[in-house]
Design a protein around this ligand. Structure first.
Ligand code: HEC
Length: 102
């Protein structure tokens, strides 16, 4: 019981601190597991799939919203983008923006 409570408090403290420091980068890394098979393990791009590493977070969020709304259309990306919540989009954008372009 004590151990569980301790783990919970620690998780909240670490989570809270990273939220302030990196605005969802760690959460974004979890979301990014669904992106790296096409965009590359480090978001460096693969084949015809564009790199995401080092792009501006605002730009990434804008593109995700464009795929969601149909303003921008790509069979693969539109399907994936529609599965993301607004928070997922913000987090994953912060994550890829935090990586350096290769
Ligand atoms: C099945 C392969 C695939 C997966 C998985 C995938 N993408 Fe993509 N993504 C693409 C392709 C292909 C394009 C280029 C689309 C186009 O040309 O319009 C693209 C384009 C993009 C763009 C626009 C980049 C630019 O420079 O305009 C963003 C942003 C993006 N993806 C984000 C993501 C995120 C975030 C995830 C994970 C949640 C993800 N993608 C998962 C295939 C994928």
């Amino acid at each position: 019981m004590n151990i569980r409570l301790g783990t919970f408090v620690t998780a909240v403290l670490i989570g809270g601190a990273s939220f302030v420091a990196h605005a969802g980068v760690e959460q974004g890394q979890v979301v990014a597991k669904g992106c790296v098979s096409c965009h590359g393990a480090q978001g460096q791009g693969m084949g015809k799939t564009p790199a995401l590493a080092g792009l501006k977070a605002d730009f990434i969020v804008e593109q995700i919203k464009a795929f969601q709304s149909g303003k921008r259309n790509n069979m693969m990306m539109s399907t994936i983008a529609r599965k993301l919540s607004e928070q997922d989009a913000l987090d994953v954008a912060a994550y890829f923006a935090s990586l350096s372009a290769k």
